[in-house]
Design a protein around this ligand. Structure first.
Ligand code: GTP
Ligand code: SPV
Ligand code: MN
Length: 614
C-alpha cells in the first residue's frame, strides 16, 4: 500500500509532514499481514539484527540483543508535557511543550535518513469495538513494527475503521540513528545515547513523540504511552479508569467465576499472577490480560475491564516450567525474545529458567558465557529485564472471553509490590475509599524494568502508576475517589493489598509465591462471596490464621508472621507517608486520603485499647 492510497486526508498530511522532516529513504504503510511480518523479520535476520532460533525447538522465534543504553524504560527521559507544569504534577518530568517540540523537531530533522519509515495503524482493544482506541505509529524501526504486530491489532482493517476522517492518536517514533549513504547497522542495535532519548507525551493534544530508544515501553507506543499515559487523561475526562493491571478469571470447584484485576509495579508479578496454575485442587485461573486494564461502568453499574493489548511483553528471567508454564508455552513459537542468553544450538536460556545452562552460551552482550555457579558475582547471561513478545492467543490459560468488547465484570482489585517487611500477605480494605488509600501508599522495591533507578530500594509507586500517570497524581487519586461515588456500594469491586515478597531476616522468601498465590486468591474469592474467615484489625480486614491453607514449607509460625499486623512497621509507614509522600501532592491530595491516614494512625495507636490482634 502506498501513501497515496491512504483515504484519510488528515493521516496522509501528517505522514507527509513527518516524512519531509525525518527524510526517510522509503515509506511503507503496514497492512498487518503475516507476509509483511515475515519479510521484515527476514530483513532483520539478514542484516544481523535478529538471530533466528532453532526451528525444531523454537519455531518462528528470534532473539535481539539491544544496546546497553536501551534495555528498559528510561524514566528520567520520559516527559508529560502539558501546557501547565502544575497539570503534570510532582511525580512527572515536565518540559514546556513549545520548547520540547522545538528540541524534538531539531532531533527528528533527518533522523530517518537511510531508513524506511513505517506507518503502523493499530487498535488498542478489538478492532471496531466501541471501547477500542486507534493509534497510528510512525517509526523507522522494523523491530518496533514486528513487536507492535504481536502486541496490538495492526493493519488495513484498522484503516477501514478509521475511514476518511476518524480519530487516531498520532504516535511518532524514531530510533534517532540516521544512516549515511551506504552505511548499515551492521547488526548493531540502533538508538541514540541516553541524554538524547525523549519519551514525550502531550496530554492536551493527545500526541506521543518518542526519540532515541527502540526498546519496549519507550518505543512500542500503544502500550505505556497510549494505553496508560494518554488513556489515563482520556479516562479522567470521560469517567473511567486506565490502569497498570492484569485481569484474571478465577473459578472455584463448583464453577462459580470471579474476575480480579491487580496493579503491581513493573516486574512485580502481574504476568505470573495472570497465568497462575493453582496448587489447590479444583480451582482454575484463566488469563484476560497481563499488564493493562481499561475499566468502564456497564449499564448494570458494575465496573467492566478489558485488556487493550493482543500480546505479552513479559519478563523472561525467573520464568520456568515451575513458576509460569503458561508463559513458557505462549513463548514457545512465533515469539520475539530480546536480550536473552542463547545456547550453541540456538535455544534460549536465562537465569531462573529451571535448569543449568547447557554448555557455552552467548550472553545478552553478545559475548561467550559459561555458567559458574561458584562465582556469585558472575554477570547474568540474560539481562534482568530481558523480555519475550508473545501472542496472547498462544497462551494455554487464555480465557475464551479475553477479547469480549464488553469486558468482564470486576469483583476484586488487588494492589501490591515488593515489600520484604511490614506489609502482610493480604489484607482487605474496609470500603472503596480505604482501598483508594491503600493504592495511594503502595511502595515497592525498584526492579530492573527501569534503567535509571537503583534496583532494590523501596519507593512509593501509587497504584503502580508512578511512571505511567499522564497527569497530576493527586488529581488521579481524586478521580479514583469519584469513581467510587458513581455506583452503589454493592456493585463496587472489593479492594485488597497483597505482598508475595516478604523475606526472613536471612533474606529467604517467607512465602513461596507463584502457583501458591492461588491460596490467597481463594481467600479473596471468598471475601467477595461473603464466606471468608476474617478479622478486623487496625490496618483493615485480614484472614484469620487458619483461613488460608498453608503450602508445604510454610510453618504455622511463618503464617503468623505473614499475617501479623506489624504495629511498629506500620507506624513507620504512616510517618513516611505523612512526612514524605502525601506532602508532595499539596492541595491536590483528596481530604478523604489524609483522613484515612489519620484513622490508620489512631487505629494503630489505640490497638491495645481494644481492637488489637497483634
Ligand atoms: P512488567 O511486565 O514489568 O509489568 O512485570 P510484571 O508485573 O508482569 O512481573 P512478572 O510477572 O513478569 O514478574 C517479574 C519477576 O518477578 C519475575 O522474575 C518473576 O519470576 C518474579 N515473580 C513473579 N511472581 C512472583 C512471586 O509470587 N514470588 C516471587 N518471589 N517472585 C515472583
Ligand atoms: C513495565 O515496565 O511495566 C513493562 C515493560 O510492562 S515496558 O513495556 O517496557 O514498559
Ligand atoms: Mn508493566
Amino acid at each position: 500500500m502506498k501513501l497515496q492510497d491512504l483515504k484519510h486526508a488528515g493521516l496522509r498530511k501528517w505522514v507527509t509532514e513527518v516524512a519531509e522532516l525525518t527524510k526517510p529513504e522509503a515509506i511503507v504503510i503496514c497492512d498487518g499481514s503475516e507476509a509483511h511480518y515475515r519479510q521484515l523479520m527476514d530483513e532483520m535476520i539478514a542484516s544481523g539484527l535478529a538471530t533466528p532460533l532453532n526451528p525444531d525447538k523454537k519455531p518462528g522465534c528470534v532473539n535481539f540483543l539491544s544496546d546497553v543504553s536501551d534495555v528498559a524504560r528510561v524514566e528520567n527521559r520520559t516527559y508529560i508535557s502539558s501546557a501547565k507544569q502544575e497539570d503534570a504534577g510532582p511525580t512527572n518530568n515536565w518540559i514546556d511543550p513549545v520548547g520540547l517540540k522545538k528540541t524534538l523537531n531539531g532531533l527528528y530533522d533527518g533522523s530517518m535518513k537511510g531508513r524506511t519509515m513505517y506507518v503502523i495503524p493499530f487498535s488498542m482493544g478489538p478492532i471496531g469495538s466501541n471501547i477500542a482506541k486507534i493509534g497510528v505509529e510512525i517509526t523507522d524501526s522494523a523491530y518496533v513494527v514486528t513487536n507492535m504486530m504481536i502486541m496490538t491489532r495492526v493493519g488495513t482493517k484498522v484503516l477501514d475503521v478509521l475511514g476518511n476522517d476518524g480519530y487516531y492518536v498520532p504516535c511518532l517514533h524514531s530510533v534517532g540513528k540516521p544512516l549515511a549513504e551506504g552505511e548499515s547497522d551492521h547488526g548493531k542495535w540502533p538508538c541514540a545515547p541516553i541524554e538524547k532519548k525523549y519519551i514525550a507525551h502531550f496530554p492536551e493534544t493527545r500526541e506521543i513523540w518518542s526519540y532515541g530508544s527502540g526498546y519496549g515501553g519507550n518505543a512500542l507506543l500503544g502500550k505505556k504511552c497510549l494505553a496508560l499515559r494518554i488513556a489515563s487523561v482520556i479516562a479522567r475526562d470521560e469517567g473511567w479508569l486506565a490502569e497498570h493491571m492484569l485481569i484474571l478469571k478465577i473459578s472455584n470447584p463448583e464453577g462459580v467465576v470471579k474476575y480480579v484485576t491487580a496493579a503491581f509495579p513493573s516486574a512485580c508479578g502481574k504476568t505470573n499472577l495472570a497465568m497462575l496454575v493453582p496448587t489447590i485442587p479444583g480451582w482454575k485461573v484463566e488469563t484476560i490480560g497481563d499488564d493493562i486494564a481499561w475499566m468502564k461502568f456497564g449499564k448494570d453499574g458494575r465496573l467492566y475491564a478489558i485488556n487493550p493489548e493482543a500480546g505479552f511483553f513479559g519478563v523472561a528471567p525467573g520464568t520456568s516450567k515451575d513458576s509460569n508454564p503458561n508463559a513458557l508455552i505462549a513463548a514457545s513459537k512465533n515469539t520475539i525474545f530480546t536480550n536473552v542468553g542463547l545456547t550453541e544450538d540456538k535455544d534460549i536460556w536465562w537465569e531462573g529458567i529451571g535448569y543449568d545452562a547447557p554448555g557455552k552460551l552467548t550472553d545478552w552482550t553478545g559475548n561467550e558465557w559459561v555458567q559458574n555457579k561458584a562465582d556469585k558475582s558472575q554477570k547474568p547471561a540474560a539481562h534482568p529485564n530481558a523480555r519475550f513478545t508473545a501472542p496472547a492467543a498462544q497462551c494455554p490459560s487464555i480465557a475464551p472471553e479475553w477479547e469480549d468488547p464488553n469486558g468482564v465484570p470486576v469483583d476484586a482489585i488487588l494492589f501490591g509490590g515488593r515489600r520484604p517487611h511490614t506489609i502482610p500477605l493480604v489484607h482487605q480494605a474496609r470500603d472503596w475509599n480505604h482501598g483508594v488509600f491503600l493504592g495511594s501508599i503502595v511502595g515497592s522495591e525498584i526492579t530492573a524494568a527501569a534503567l535509571d533507578l537503583k534496583v532494590g530500594t523501596v519507593r512509593r509507586d501509587p497504584f503502580a502508576m508512578l511512571p505511567f500517570c499522564g497527569y497530576h497524581m493527586g488529581e488521579y487519586f481524586k478521580h479514583w475517589i469519584k469513581i467510587g461515588t458513581r455506583t452503589t456500594v454493592d456493585k463496587l469491586p472489593k479492594i485488597f493489598y497483597v505482598n508475595w515478597f516478604r523475606k526472613t531476616d536471612d533474606g529467604k522468601w517467607l512465602w513461596p509465591g507463584y502457583g501458591e498465590n492461588s491460596r490467597v486468591l481463594k481467600w479473596v474469592f471468598e471475601a467477595c462471596a461473603g464466606t471468608a474467615k476474617s478479622v478486623d484489625t487496625p490496618i483493615g480486614i485480614m484472614p484469620t490464621i487458619d483461613a488460608i491453607d498453608r503450602p508445604e514449607g510454610v510453618s504455622e509460625a511463618d503464617m503468623a508472621e505473614l499475617l501479623k499486623v506489624d504495629r511498629e512497621g506500620w507506624l513507620k509507614e504512616v510517618e513516611d507517608v505523612r512526612a514524605n509522600h502525601y506532602p508532595k501532592f499539596g492541595e491536590h491530595l483528596p481530604k478523604e486520603l489524609s483522613h484515612m491516614l489519620d484513622v490508620l494512625e489512631s487505629n494503630l495507636k489505640d490497638c491495645c485499647g481494644g481492637k488489637c490482634c497483634c
